[in-house]
Design a protein around this ligand. Structure first.
Ligand code: NAD
Ligand code: GLY
Length: 377
């Protein structure tokens, strides 16, 4: 991978949260100058890079070299890749390791990796010594446009995904778009679903831009990647600044997630469907449901499906690993989603592409009909 040691950020976006405000820096090759950017935000020049075993050999040395060049004393902890790392055992081991190596209140954790590393590192930072600083260096598309921004940190529990966590904002996000060069195609596409989500929930022009430029983005065009990551982060930053703890507008970021969560939970959050893949299916179903309720036209729902499928994402659930989907089980899983409020599931529906809203009064008969059609397809 080419080194861009001199390149500064192409885009700088501020998440405006008063004293907890922070910048998102976006651009190609930023990892090589991350040390200087991080250094200016540190209380003490000491950091731990937390990464996974896939990312460490690709990017670990470059980030370490850039911390070194900025005079930051650093060590690295490499965790196993994959969702299983976001659970109690690995979390406890991580805390133990950090405490054993002697972290202090002014030490900073630097999360180098995808959403798994970002989420567990953020949660560790929020609990260690009652809270230390952390920086996000996201290396998947999903992490660059979603999980590294907004301060949701979590691990999974036996009872479900992301059930133990905190809202705890990072000090800085450094999104080097060139790190996406090595991302497996399937992971890139899963992240792309979250990019499309921003267009669908609040910006019809951005969705149209993706219709025209999504293929370039997915084939590695850096200008397209920077534009899409920046646009997504700008939208997320505005929403988070208005509703940090998801009491209102932030719920819109869950477009497609109520359906996705039920499909993922039913199949054990495994390899069958990556989160972004489930979100793509969920967004198509959310538009189908909106059309069924005469909120948007069937043409709008068809346009959403066409774009997702054209990009290479599936909009129908895959075959159930054990034979058949059980619609009643899916409905009951929707009822146990952590977004349930006063016993009512929360859906994000749309009046049109770019005009999503939160609905708390959806008749489960309609949901059942949509799911029934989807799994029969
Ligand atoms: P991930 O972190 O598991 O990364 C996907 C895979 O790509 C891993 O195998 C990883 O090792 C590898 N990888 C990462 N960067 C790479 C690179 N540059 N080149 C090659 N391989 C690379 O998955 P993800 O999709 O980034 O994140 C999913 C997680 O994010 C889930 O746990 C989800 O719950 C969480 N999430 C959190 C938020 C939030 O707001 N905090 C939002 C969305 C999702
Ligand atoms: N990923 C949804 C959120 O950050 O609110």
């Amino acid at each position: 991978m080419t080194s861009h040691a001199d390149s500064g950020p192409v885009e700088q976006i501020t998440v405006d949260l008063g004293q907890r405000s922070y910048d998102i820096l976006i651009g190609p090759g930023l990892i090589d100058s991350a040390g200087a950017q991080i250094s200016s935000r540190l209380d003490t020049p000491r950091a731990f890079i937390i990464t996974d075993a896939n990312v460490a050999p690709l990017l670990g040395d470059r980030l370490a070299a850039s911390l070194e060049a900025a005079g930051i004393d650093h060590e690295m902890i490499v965790l196993p890749p994959g969702e299983a790392t976001k659970s109690f055992g690995p979390f406890e081991n991580l805390l133990d390791e950090l405490l054993q190596r002697g972290i202090e209140r002014a030490t900073t954790l630097v999360a180098l990796g995808g959403g798994v590393i970002g989420d567990i590192t953020g949660f560790a930072a929020s609990t260690l010594l009652r809270g230390i600083n952390y920086v996000q260096v996201p290396t998947t598309l999903l992490a660059q446009v979603d999980s590294s921004v907004g301060g949701k940190t979590a691990i999974n529990a036996r009872h479900g995904k992301n059930l133990i966590g905190s809202f705890y904002q990072p000090r800085l996000v450094v999104a080097d778009t060139q790190t996406l060069d090595t991302l497996p195609r399937r992971e890139l596409l899963a992240g792309y679903a979250e990019v499309v989500k921003y267009g669908l929930l609040g910006d019809a022009e951005f969705f149209a831009w993706l219709e025209a430029n999504g293929a370039a983005l997915l084939s590695g065009d850096d200008q397209a990647r920077i534009y899409a990551v920046a646009k997504s982060c700008r939208m997320k930053a505005a929403i988070v600044a208005e509703d940090e703890q998801e009491r209102g507008r932030r719920t819109l970021l869950n477009l497609g997630h109520t359906f996705a969560h039920a499909l993922e939970a039913e199949t054990g959050f495994g390899e069958l469907m990556l989160h972004g893949e489930a979100v793509a299916i969920g967004m198509a179903l959310a538009f189908d449901l909106s059309a069924r309720l005469n909120l948007c036209t069937p043409d709008e729902a068809a346009r959403v499906r066409r774009h997702l499928e054209g990009a290479g994402l599936s909009t129908e659930p895959p075959g159930h690993p054990e034979g058949q989907w059980d619609i009643q089980r899916l409905i009951s899983l929707i009822g146990t989603d952590k977004k349930v409020s006063q016993g009512r599931p929360v859906f994000v529906l749309a009046r049109a592409i770019g005009e999503a809203f939160v609905a708390r009064d959806v008749d489960l008969g309609d949901v059942e009909a949509i799911l029934g059609r989807a799994v029969a397809a």
